[in-house]
Design a binder for this molecule. Sequence first.
Ligand code: ZN
Length: 195
Amino acid sequence: MGCLALNASYEPLTVVPVRRAVRLVLDRKAELLEADDARAFRSERTEVPFPLVIRLVRFVQVPRRFRRQVTNTFLFARDNYSCQYCGRHRSELRGRQFLTRDHILPLSRGGGNTWRNVVASCSPCNNRKGNRLPEEVGLKLLSKPKEPNHVHLVWAVRRLTPIQAKYIGMFYGEETVSVLEAKGGSTARERGSGK
Ligand SMILES: [Zn+2]
């Protein structure tokens, strides 16, 4: 469980480790918006409320490049942990098969490491594709890759508390929260079944 960090504008930025959130508050770089009253964070010298939501005092300009950065954790979450060529879910992969990052237009042919050029692919489909385009080897994408909403991804890979969800709703609207909850629910179920 981490702490939801909001920009000075109240835009949800990310989930940070609680220890880091406490440090930001003690250094007066962030204000504490919500704390878990039932718990306290103890370090050697201090005892402070356990932070659930903090807001940065100064507005942070998040570079576009950072927002677009592709990581496998977020990529696999965006693609619902399923190969975008054969449709198999991670839990259906057998033996030495695993999910990989596939570049639709291969890097060797000028493709970029951008959200619109990468998909989750099982290792057999990725091997079959090699340095070619999907249509050159008879593979077809099940969906057109899009740049995801950063907050959707944070939600998909982390569990948030209802209080943290409230702040997501305040910024993006309640409709977004229900979409996110549906996505978070499926992730939680998957977690229960193992890896
Ligand atoms: Zn596949």
